[in-house]
Design a binder for this molecule. Structure first.
Ligand code: FES
Ligand code: FES
Length: 1006
């Protein structure tokens, strides 16, 4: 037995025998059950696992457990207690926090935890323990930090939801509260201009309390008795035929419980969201199409054994030439990756007469743009746990002697996972198992981000197969490497735009040709590239439009849904062209957009007349006005002033020389001016501008439905249920507010249950910015239906007309009588009625592309202006400010909306400046988080969010989607700003800073 280590964790002393190679995070999570410490990468990159060791922040995923011997550890779970013990104003705080916590009971929080909730810094919540612990260490050392000091302290703690501005503000507010002993100051966020009692005002997230205290449970935090651990043996070659697979050595390894191959697939051998072309596993003689293809599955007693066994699976291949990009994939004579060829879909948009359009044009410009593959990089990697359930029942009412004693054995699988489409997961697992869907239950867990990347099944089928064979729970957790390798990405594209305009700037023709790399399997490639194509002429009223898109299979990792759904790529191309056109015509880029902007009465590229809710011009005007407050001539480059510290340094250098008389002082002042000028002359600033639109909902003729159920309980509380997914975007708060609004109760009186295929009606996929609209409406109408039933009960009981029933402050009034909801529930039950209502909302019908009419039932509009600073010596680009206006119809919860907007901008900024998922000849280069650079807090610009509200008649209270539109214009706003600053047109993402510097030098040399 090795020597025990002794450590104090959250005030409790533990003596433990160390395990070889064990990390502190594993000890905390697995042995002490402190799962508040999250694991995002296990490579010291994301900071999610940060805890305090003897008061210093440490990433616990690489900290050897043995080193913690004799140390004091503080984790997120111990933070509040540590604070409470020292808090002088305990009673006051308790009361305030009881208000905050609502139904989750009173808990005492540290001011940091409270401030994170109040400021909306909590979205998916996965990074939050790491953020708070890092901030706690900062405030211990420095109780009064500046913004810059906060940023520096948090520079290595990543938040993919991009809540950095809120995180920063929360930390400063907490610091102030700690210094003064006063309550945490709340942010000031304007209400919607269409407020109701609750809807339209700011509300904190209902799950915030669990997320800041470390009690929020994500899939990897779950433990089941007898649980096995799984690992998938991946092909690791991009293209070839599997000729031999030997699992004997893996099977023989002690601790291995099962090894499965394609021969063991009980049902259908392929899965997919639309097209079933993705093999559950590749069998001998079958084609491997990308490095992430699964060859074998291992279940073992420990994760380490599963990994060892997976490495012992031996595979041989007949290698094939690799198709690396969509243009090559379309060439004649290249290998065909799928039986039907390399073309997934040729997507066409036709409007007007192109020849006529270009003939009418005074100016025609043409340019080609490239965008790379990018990854969602949600901080929580994928995890699925499949749990077999066997139910034995005997015949209740035997009809014959033979039936007496007869038992029925039902076996099911329950799957715990983070899923954007739980019912789709169920369908796909059931297909692969060869079972009816009822035998599969998907129990969605909190998700540490999704952004479209958790729509496809990842480990769900594999975990189910292993659980079924072993009849034990099986956990399949992807490490970061596997996550990057396997799941679908954002499509890399090549987009050629040809645009024609009259001299006055009126657009007359736009032709685009797009190539989209959909990788090895279809996923949602066809749908994504359709959106890229239909939006490829931008949010403009153009008479003649033609677009052709080739969504092509390649041997790269599959591409599918990613926030922006293809429009991110085409907006970059067309918005760059708009600025190029403005320059050619010597027009203001804002004016060019304003004169061509879609408006009520416009006909879109797909032939849809916009009849309402088009706030594009208002977005343009408001961003323009805000931008010009900073600079009246925003697109002209200006030399950056010295930073305040540079300026201070310059001042002190000069004054140190001594200014004894007035003449010398004057001289020093002029030296100072020169110094400032010369030091800063290589830093140039300018603004850039871009606009975009994005459909809300599935569109294209797909039925767009969502179900929700609302139930009144005996204690007078309500529950609203839908399978729709919460991945941090705030849907649960929207559902809660909606039901509370309709039932006239406080939000705390409404619980929300989501993502369970046994217990919640089908809410459809969480994609296409649709959930606020469709599930918001389903929740609202379910509540209205229940209210009608209550009205009928009360009207009958008190013999009054239904119009005389009023719902106010949690009480139902009936012409002088009144009942609480608890009494109403009993009354309805006594009358034989169930106090619940189910509603399936179906959004207005849409038409398929190419048939004209309404392809979508609503559009959101967004405009952004970005101010950048470019270093002419190095090409380095810093984004200083972003102003973002979004027409969201109506702001249901302005606090949640602000988080979405800031996060969207940060994701757009990463897409523009830092992110590229690199694949070389089919092999993934960016296979670690450290190699895939998502923006951290240091890159966060000042973000101003302007909410524009042009309500839709049909959306809940007028709302439409926001999740995607707020991210789309960021990239072209930045690249247009770079051009305005230094004259370099970026036509390939991400921005290559070296290339900028080289172009500037070359120009100077000429
Ligand atoms: S830094 Fe430890 S999990 Fe990412
Ligand atoms: S809240 Fe930070 S990653 Fe989601």
């Amino acid at each position: 037995m090795s020597k025990l280590i002794s450590l104090t964790v959250n005030g409790i002393k533990h003596n433990l025998e160390p395990k070889p190679g064990e990390t502190l995070s594993a000890l905390l999570r697995q042995r002490l059950g402190l799962t508040g410490t999250k694991i995002g990468c296990e490579e010291a990159e994301c900071g999610a696992c940060t805890v305090l060791v003897d008061g210093e922040p440490m990433v616990s995923c690489i900290y050897p457990a043995e080193r913690a011997d004799g140390k004091t550890i503080l984790t997120i779970e111990g933070l509040a207690e540590e604070f409470t013990a020292k808090s002088a104003k305990k009673e006051e705080r308790e009361k305030h926090l009881r208000d905050l916590s609502g139904l989750s009971g009173s808990k005492i929080l540290h001011p940091l935890q409270e401030a994170f909730i109040e400021h909306g810094a909590v979205q998916c919540g996965f990074c939050i323990p790491g953020q708070i612990m890092t901030a706690y260490a900062l405030l211990k050392r420095n109780p009064n930090p500046t913004k810059d000091e906060v940023r520096f302290a948090l520079k290595d703690t990543l938040c993919r939801c991009g809540g950095y501005p809120a995180i920063e503000n929360a930390i400063l507010a907490a610091a102030q509260a700690l210094r003064t002993g006063e309550p945490v100051q709340k942010p000031t966020i304007p209400d919607s201009i269409h407020t109701h009692r609750l809807v339209g005002h700011t509300h904190t997230r209902h799950d915030g309390m669990d997320k800041v205290t470390g009690t929020a449970i994500y899939t990897d935090d779950l433990v089941f008795d007898g649980m096995l651990y799984a690992k998938v043996r991946r092909a690791m070659i991009p293209h070839g035929f599997l000729t031999k697979l030997d699992i004997s050595r893996a099977k023989a390894l002690p601790g291995v419980v099962a090894v499965l191959t394609a021969e063991d697939i009980p049902g259908e051998r392929t899965h997919g969201l639309v097209i079933y072309d993705w093999p559950v596993m590749v069998g001998i003689g079958e084609r491997v199409r990308y490095v992430g293809d699964a060859l074998a599955l291992v279940a073992a007693e420990t994760q380490e054994i599963a990994e060892q066994a997976s490495a012992l699976v031996e595979a041989e291949f007949d290698l094939q030439p690799v198709i690396t990009n969509p243009v090559q994939a379309r060439q004649e004579g290249v290998p065909q990756i799928h039986e039907k060829g390399n073309l997934l879909k040729h997507i066409k948009v036709r409007k007007g007469d192109m020849e006529k359009g270009f003939a009418e044009a005074d100016v025609i410009l043409e340019h080609t743009f490239h965008t790379p593959t990018t990854d969602h990089a949600f901080i929580e990697p994928e995890c699925s746990i499949a749990v077999p359930q066997v139910t034995v029942t005997s015949a209740k009412h035997p009809r014959s002697e033979a039936e007496r004693g007869e038992v029925t054995v039902t076996s099911r699988i329950e799957i715990y996972c983070g899923s954007q489409i739980p019912y789709q997961d169920r369908t796909q697992v059931a297909r692969a198992m060869g079972w009816p869907e009822e035998r599969v239950r998907v129990v969605g867990q909190l998700m540490g981000g999704g952004f479209g990347g958790k729509e496809d099944v990842m480990g769900q089928i594999h975990a189910a197969m292993l659980a079924n064979v072993t009849q034990r729970p099986v956990k399949l957790l992807f490490d970061r490497h596997e996550s990057l390798l396997v799941h679908p990405k954002r499509h890399a594209t090549q987009i050629r735009v040809k645009i024609g305009a009259k001299k006055d700037g009126r657009l007359v023709a736009c032709e685009t040709e797009l190539y989209g790399d959909t990788g090895a399997y279809a996923s949602l490639g066809e749908k994504v590239m359709t959106r890229a194509t239909t939006h490829s002429a931008g949010p403009y009223d153009i008479e003649h439009v033609r677009a052709d898109c080739y969504a092509m299979y390649t041997n790269n990792p599959p591409a599918g849904a990613f926030r922006g759904f293809g429009v991110t790529q085409s907006a970059f191309a067309v918005e760059s062209m708009m600025d190029m056109l403005a320059e050619k015509l010597n027009l203001d880029p804002v004016e060019l957009r304003r004169m061509n902007a879609l408006h009520v009465g416009s006909i879109t590229n797909t032939g849809q007349e916009l009849r309402e809710s088009v706030g594009l011009t208002e977005c343009i005007d408001r961003v323009d006005a805000e931008m010009r407050k900073h600079n009246s001539d925003p697109f002209k480059p200006v030399v950056a002033p010295l930073t305040s510290s540079e300026s201070r340094r310059a001042d002190s250098e000069l004054t140190a020389k001594g200014a004894k008389n007035a003449k010398k002082k004057e001289k020093n002042l002029s030296d100072l001016g020169e110094l400032r000028g010369s030091k800063a002359s290589h830093l140039v600033r300018a603004w850039g501008f871009a606009a975009a639109y994005k459909n809300t909902g599935l569109g294209g003729g797909a039925p767009d439905k969502s179900g929700a159920e609302v139930e009144l309980y005996d204690n007078g509380t309500f529950e609203v249920r839908s399978s729709s997914a919460e991945m941090g975007q705030g849907l649960v708060t929207v559902m809660r507010l909606t039901v509370a609004e309709e039932m006239a109760v406080p939000p705390e009186q409404v619980r929300v249950l989501v993502m369970d295929t046994d217990l919640t009606p089908n809410g459809g996929p969480t994609t296409a910015s649709r959930q606020t609209y469709v599930t918001g409406n389903a929740s609202r109408y379910a509540a209205k239906t229940l209210r009608n039933a209550i009205t009928a009960t009360m009207a009958e009981k008190y013999d009054v007309r239904p119009e005389q029933i009023r719902f106010e402050n949690g009480i139902v009034h009936a012409n002088g009588h009144s009942m609480t909801y608890a009494e109403v529930a009993k009354e309805m039950k006594a009358a034989g009625q169930q106090p619940r209502a189910l509603y399936e909302y179906e959004a207005p019908k849409t038409q398929p592309l190419g048939t004209g009419g309404d392809m979508h039932f609503a559009f959101s509009f967004g405009v952004q202006a970005a101010e950048v600073e470019v270093n002419k010596l190095t090409g380095e680009v810093r984004v200083l400010r972003v102003i973002s206006a979004n027409d969201v119809g109506m702001a249901v919860n302005p606090l949640g909306l602000q988080g979405q907007v800031e996060g969207g901008v940060m994701m757009g900024l990463g897409n523009c400046l830092t992110e590229e998922f690199i694949v070389e000849n089919g092999y993934v280069v960016t296979d670690h988080l450290a190699r895939y650079r998502i923006p951290g807090i240091m890159l966060t610009p000042e973000i101003t969010s302007i909410i524009v509200e042009h309500p839709t008649a049909e959306g809940p209270y007028g709302a439409k989607g926001v999740g995607e539109i707020c991210s789309i214009p960021t990239t072209p706003a930045i690249t247009n700003a770079i051009y305005n600053a230094v004259g370099v047109r970026v036509d390939k993402l991400p921005v290559d800073q070296e290339l900028i510097a080289r172009e500037i030098w070359e120009r100077q040399e000429k």
